[in-house]
Design a protein around this ligand. Structure first.
Ligand code: COA
Length: 321
């Protein structure tokens, strides 16, 4: 589970007056492949009437934020870039730029017709199973087993270890590209808890490539640090960059966190994972995690829903000894 939508983010957007811009992280995957979950969008607050066909609108659907292409201004209709079902939502503003890591892609109004046509063409193609298969083959190159030798050569020797205070910059770069966790939280935890050698609770593990870039991350901490009333130490935000996947990085990071949990005197550690994230569930089970009790699973899901979470979660745990 990741606290995707701090309640104050929605408040902040709604409190931003028309005509002003702000950066928003976690606007869904509807603009995929242009926008991935860790990317940010720059939003210009404006009235729905100012949105036109071909604009990208930030729409609020319940407590979720989605960036969608406007396909009709009146009636107001939006759609994901690759087509599909459109949830009815409340438009909050116009997306004027996308940011992925250090890359900024401006979306000037000039490209509206191109964007509208592009969406129509892509949605048409995406509706064909054969086109989807080819697209997936291309996309999966970066994570496929057969590209592993090449990826391993590009990455060089991987070092998997606990993160220290001096790793903050590498962590913030990785977080900007791949995590939904606010950077202020990561900074505070790394400098205040995880990165200290004084036996504080919690820890963070990372995988570094030969150039010292972080390509995998996970942390272990008390959920109370994030305001959720759950006991024990939880593995959170386990993410491996696609270029380093299927090389055992997640497995090794879990081993590092387990060893640290043992050193800190914990008896069990826990994890919660989206019900449909089978790759992640397999990774945890390979590392010795097993299903938690129905009672804990119910409590975690209740806390998750109360904090604005969407999908149901599977809860796993493992003895540390
Ligand atoms: C889930 C995730 C963390 C796994 O990371 P990973 O580093 O690829 O995981 P591992 O390499 O340890 O294991 C992945 C697979 O590679 C296989 N593998 C690992 N090393 C291998 C090697 N040297 N040769 C062949 N296969 C290998 C594992 O057996 C495993 O196979 P499986 O998928 O059939 O079970 C990663 O896919 C990810 O970041 N996903 C997106 C974010 C996410 O969902 N995070 C979880 C949130 S709870």
């Amino acid at each position: 589970m990741s606290r995707r939508r701090p309640a104050d983010l929605l408040d902040l957007i709604e409190a931003t007056p028309p005509g002003q811009e702000l950066w928003v992280r976690g606007a869904g995957r509807s603009l995929y492949p242009l926008l991935r979950s860790g990317d940010s969008v720059r939003v210009l607050r404006c009235a729905p009437a100012e949105l036109a066909r071909g604009d990208v609108a930030l729409v609020r659907v319940g407590r979720k934020l989605l960036a969608h292409v406007v396909i009709s201004a009146s009636p107001f209709l939006t759609a994901p870039l690759l087509g599909g079902k459109d949830p009815v939502g409340e438009p909050l503003g116009r997306v004027t730029a996308l940011r992925r890591g250090g890359l900024l892609l401006p979306l000037p109004r000039l490209i509206r017709p191109t964007f509208f046509l592009g969406q129509r063409v892509l949605a048409g193609l995406w509706a064909r199973p054969r086109a989807r298969t080819w697209f997936r083959r291309l996309r999966d190159f970066t994570v496929a087993g057969w590209s592993r030798p090449l990826r391993q050569r590009l990455l060089g020797r991987l070092e998997v270890r606990l993160l220290r205070e001096e790793d903050l910059d590498a962590l913030l770069v990785f977080a900007g590209e791949r995590l939904l966790v606010p950077s202020g939280f990561l900074r505070q935890q790394l400098l205040g808890r995880w990165g200290r050698a004084d036996g504080s609770r919690g820890a963070a593990a990372g995988a570094f490539d030969a150039q010292g870039r972080l390509c995998g991350f996970a942390y272990l901490d008390d959920y109370r640090e994030e305001g959720l009333a759950l006991e024990g130490l939880w593995v959170r935000s386990l993410v491996v960059a696609p270029r380093a996947r299927r090389m055992g990085v997640a497995y090794r990071m879990l081993q590092v966190l387990l060893e640290e949990a043992r050193r800190q005197g914990a008896e069990r550690i826990f994890a919660d994972i989206d019900e449909d994230n089978f790759a992640s569930q397999r990774t945890f089970k390979r590392a010795g995690f097993q299903d938690s009790s129905a009672e804990l699973t119910r409590r975690v899901n209740a806390e998750w829903r109360a904090s604005g979470g969407g999908k149901p979660l599977v809860v796993l745990e493992r003895s540390v000894s």
